[in-house]
Design a protein around this ligand. Structure first.
Ligand SMILES: CC(=O)[C@@H](O)[C@H](O)COP(=O)(O)O
Ligand SMILES: NCC(=O)COP(=O)(O)O
Length: 250
């Protein structure tokens, strides 16, 4: 089965937050994404709310429940008490736990499954006890032992961190090495009974080779590259609309 696409709204939220105005409106763009066939919406609220605001969560939950009941809500983040309470209130179908520090610009590594084993076991059990699927952000470095430890936490899935692969956009040789490592990590995860998601810096160009190497890929969550493409493919029509608003003949 092809991988499902969950559209990450963080980049659109960051654009919105440049002004004290309600656009671009997250629910509006979430609706467009789901109406176009996306399987779900992903958000990664951070403690400073620099992109997703906590108040966005009930709005997006209601959008899915009221208009797209087949779709999934995926909330990503570091499991502080505040984050866990947000998840318990929004009841996403999936929570992706990410070991990011509030000072990080973006997520840039997976969990230390040995060092954080007890902590993860507790958090995974709490979320699963409330009916949420749990995925753990993981380095795609080919470490089979790490996948064994990830499975021992009780999680349902891992999300392979594809940032290093995404960074190889101009270096096909390095990209091939990264795909090999990601593929071996996925093989080890699947052998331990974990399903495999992937995300970070995925694009229309780099996704097909990854999906060929990992045919069991359950879901990809994509925000930055997808938002960049949305701007590109919508720019010409938008300029025409603004020229018309200027009074020009279009
Ligand atoms: C978990 C992860 O990989 C991230 O890609 C993240 O959710 C993206 O969010 P930002 O774009 O806000 O960094
Ligand atoms: N989990 C990864 C994600 O949601 C999106 O990451 P990116 O495409 O914005 O890099």
């Amino acid at each position: 089965m092809p991988a499902k696409l969950s559209v990450n709204l963080n980049a659109i939220a960051m654009l919105r937050n440049r002004r004290d105005l309600p656009w671009p409106d997250l629910a509006h763009f979430g609706r467009i994404a789901l109406a176009a066939g996306a399987s779900g919406l992903t958000v990664h609220p951070r403690p400073d709310q620099r992109h997703i605001r906590f108040s966005d969560l009930p709005v997006l939950r209601a959008l899915i429940d009221d208009e797209f009941p087949e779709a999934e809500f995926n909330i990503e983040g570091y499991p502080t008490e505040e984050f866990l309470a947000l998840c318990e209130a929004a009841e996403p179908e999936q929570v992706t736990l990410v070991p990011d520090d509030p000072s990080q610009a973006t997520s840039d590594h997976g969990w230390d499954f040995a060092g954080q084993q007890d902590f993860l076991k507790t958090v995974v059990a709490r979320l699963k006890g409330k009916g949420m699927r749990v995925s753990l952000f993981a380095d795609g470095d080919g470490d089979a032992q790490a996948m064994a430890l990830a499975a021992q936490t009780g999680a349902d899935r891992v999300e392979l961190y594809t940032g290093p692969y995404g960074g190889c956009y101009d270096d096909p040789e390095r990209a091939a090495k990264e795909i090999d490592l990601l593929g071996r990590t996925a093989d080890a995860a699947i052998a331990r009974g974990l399903a495999v998601n992937a995300g970070h810096d995925l694009t229309v160009a780099n996704l097909p080779p990854l999906a060929r190497r990992i045919p069991q890929l359950a879901e990809v969550s994509i925000g930055h590259g997808l938002t960049a493409d949305a701007l590109e493919y919508g720019m010409a029509e938008t300029v025409r609309r603004f020229r018309h608003a200027c009074g020009q003949k279009v």
